[in-house]
Every structure is written in C-alpha cells, then in structure tokens.
Ligand binder design. Structure first.
Ligand code: NAP
Length: 257
C-alpha cells in the first residue's frame, strides 16, 4: 500500500456505518489501518459489523447514536476519544429522506426533519469533533452529500436543499479550519445500490433508464464511494479542502443523447 493511503494510528468515526455507504467507508478505513467507530441507531447492527471487522484482524468499536440528537452525537465523540484517545477522521454519513415528491407539496414536518438531521446535526458533529481534529494535526472532516445538491430533481427537492446546504457548510468549515490544519470536503454520490435509494433502483425500467443515462452505464456500489472517502481521509488529499467530489458514473456531466 502507498504510504499516502496508510491510516495506521488514525481513528475514524463514521455515522450510519452499520450498512450501505457508511459501512463500506468504515471497512475501507479499517483495511487501510485505522481504528474505526461503527455507529447507527441500532447497536446490534453495529456490533455485527464490528465483529466482522475484528474477525478480519481490524480494530473497531460499535456505538449506537441517533445522528439527529446532539446529546447522542456528543456521547459518540466523547466515547470515541475515551476509548481510542483521539479522533482524526470524522465522516458525517447518516442522513434521512422522509419525503419523495414535489418541493411544493412537502409537509412542514418532513422539511424540518430533513434539515435537522442532514444539516443541523452535521453542524453539531463538526462542533463536537473540532477540538479532536485540531489535536490530530491531520484532521479530516468528510460529509456525504449527493448529486441532488447540484441539480434539480422532480422527487428529491427537500433532500436536495439539505444536501446543497451540506456543501455550503463544507466550504465554510474549510475556510475556518484550514489554518488549523483540518481538511473539510464533501462527496456527492450518484445513485448507489443501498436500502436508502431502493425506491430509485429496484424498479427495472427506472434502473435501466438511469443506467442508460450514465456514461459508465451502471449504478454505483458502496465501494465506489468508499474509495473516494479513503482518498479524502488520507494524506493523499492533504492539499484538497472545501471541495465536493462527485462520484456518479458521469451522470452530472451528461452524455445520454
Ligand atoms: N444510496 C444513494 O443512492 C445515495 C446517493 C447520494 C447520497 N447518498 C447519501 O449517502 C449516505 C448514506 O446513505 P446509504 O445509501 O448508505 O443509506 P443506507 O444503506 O440506508 O444506510 C444508512 C445508514 O445510516 C444509518 N442511519 C439511518 N438513519 C440514521 C440516524 N437518524 N442516525 C444514525 N444513523 C442512521 C442506518 O442504520 P440504522 O437504521 O441502524 O440507524 C445505516 O447504517 C446518506 O447521507 C445519503 O444521503 C446516498
């Protein structure tokens, strides 16, 4: 392995890492040598991932935390540092999308829930992680956004606003934290085959249409996003900050016809 991607001695916390993209990111960070914190709302699911990683010879712990609760996020960060003594890589991955439909039809509670979990709670996590990322001297804060942040959609308007806000948050934190040696970046995945996006890829006609519109002619897999996260978590990207890295098979650059 190139030393640029070696995470030995580092501690990585990933919210929403019991499955999907977060799990793949946590697994790749562990394979690169990091100690990883597996977290989601369900402790049992996190413990399963932890046990698999430990059986493979990696160092991991599992903790339950609702990504929308300030108290639970504070406890997650505090327990990470109590257990491992440091936090170098913090990845805000957990997000919600309670409403599929037109922006103008969205109910207030769906809008508020989406903004609370996807935006406000990422801001909380950043506040909580900051002192530890400063102490790390090579801190990395990564937010999993979406290409819904970059373009309008017919069904994901509220979610898209929250994901766009995340990219603004990332740019701002990058400006504020750059002098402290912390890199802050976002990843904007296209459609990835996880439970979260099942409604968008399970229907065969919709999936085929999306594949045809994608220059690489396939949907994303969690590992496609984990590779980008590993880059952003590692020394390989120490001159990259405030960016939104798109990993979408080329969907946003067009080419469908
Ligand atoms: N899949 C896509 O096509 C796609 C595209 C663009 C961006 N994204 C972004 O990628 C990220 C991960 O999505 P995914 O597709 O990997 O989803 P996923 O497969 O459904 O996994 C979601 C993970 O987050 C946890 N989680 C859900 N709500 C949570 C909460 N309130 N607090 C803490 N943990 C929570 C889940 O575990 P529990 O249920 O146990 O809590 C699970 O570990 C999200 O930010 C999403 O917006 C996904």
């Amino acid at each position: 392995m190139s030393r640029l991607f070696d995470l030995s001695g580092k501690v990585a916390l990933v919210t929403g890492s019991s499955r999907g993209i977060g799990r793949a990111i946590a697994e790749e960070c562990a394979r690169a040598g990091a100690k990883v914190v597996i977290s989601s709302r369900k402790l049992e699911a996190c413990e399963e991932v932890r046990d698999i990683l430990k059986a493979q010879g990696h160092d991991a712990i599992a903790m339950a935390a609702h990504a929308g609760s300030k108290e639970q996020l504070a406890s997650l960060v505090q327990q990470t540092v109590s257990c491992y003594g440091r936090l170098d890589i913090c990845i805000a991955n957990a997000a919600v999308n309670p409403f599929f439909g037109s922006l103008t039809d969205a109910p207030d509670d769906a809008f508020e829930k989406t903004m609370a979990t996807n935006v406000k709670a990422v801001w909380w996590l950043a506040q909580l992680a900051k002192p530890h990322l400063v102490a790390s001297r090579e801190g990395s804060f990564i937010v999993i956004s979406s290409i819904a942040a970059l373009r309008g959609t017919s069904l994901l308007g509220v979610y898209g606003i929250s994901k766009a806000a995340e990219t603004a948050l990332v740019r701002n934190l990058a400006v504020e934290w750059g002098p402290l040696g912390i890199c802050v970046n976002a990843i904007a995945p296209g459609l990835v085959k996880t439970d979260f996006a099942r409604a968008l890829w399970e229907n065969e006609a919709a999936r085929k249409k999306r594949e045809a519109e994608t220059p690489l002619r396939r949907l994303g897999e969690p590992l496609d996003i984990a590779g980008v996260a590993l880059f952003l978590a590692s020394r390989a990207s120490r001159f990259v900050t405030g960016q939104v890295l798109v990993a979408d098979g080329g969907v946003t650059i067009g080419g469908s016809g």
